[in-house]
Design a protein around this ligand. Sequence first.
Ligand SMILES: [Zn+2]
Ligand SMILES: [Zn+2]
Length: 290
Amino acid sequence: MGQTFSTMIETLKPFIGPYAAQLGLAGQFFLAGESSVWSPLFLPLFAAIQFYKNEINQMDNLTFFAGLLPMSTIALYWAQGTLYYHLFDKPKAAIEAKHQKKFPLTPSMFKLIGTVLFNQICLYWPLCYGLTKYMTEGRPETAPLMTIAHIGGFAMVQEALFYYIHIICHKNSFMYKYVHKQHHTHTAPFAFAAEYAHPVEEVAVNILPPMAGFMLTQSDNFTIFLWYAMSTLGQQNFHCGYKMPWVPSFSTVVKFHDDHHKLFNNNYGVFGWLDRLHGTLAPPVEEKMD
Ligand SMILES: [Zn+2]
Ligand SMILES: [Zn+2]
């Protein structure tokens, strides 16, 4: 199985490699509406990752994939989640910026934290460790423009996998009842609830789609680290439920996924382009104060 997969990847590489830049640049159009870049933590984080670029690239696979990457992204999840929770959710502040004007946000914070920690420590971390074996040791540095192209490409690969696996989770009654329903406990999602999911969903929807792109391109540590920082911030912003005043009107992904949690049968993707293609895109739901 592993051998067949490796052969398949090796066969695909020559076809995808020459088009990485074009695919990536097309991906930037979608990234412009992506939520991670509007997180208050994005710019400081981007500056720090850029500052330590050489050190990050010189790390061996074990240090990077089993250490820095999972530890920092898990820490980032809790840092941004705590910030949003204490600034906005808990004091019920910024209600005018909240898409769905309702609280409380979760039936059990204890269960939510336990589930997310289980997913991160028992599923995400071991799969990151698996990358130490799969990714080539000492990969060459990715050129700066190619980093942008690769990240755009990763976003497109993630969108496709996320959309089709997510729609199966809804259309297949077994998958919905026993797997995906858990994530839909929160009909008005908030940042901490982003990774509140059944283990099967965590692996198939949250962990593997962001990994698939760089497994094909074998990008450098810096590109992968930047992508993961964006993915983590983006995944939480996707669920935060707020239209922050500094976010431009063209960035509609927060409302897009907030409506998915409210409507259930629409808006299955991340950016919405596959929803447009398949007719599953819902017009934005008008919200009123309760
Ligand atoms: Zn969700
Ligand atoms: Zn769903």
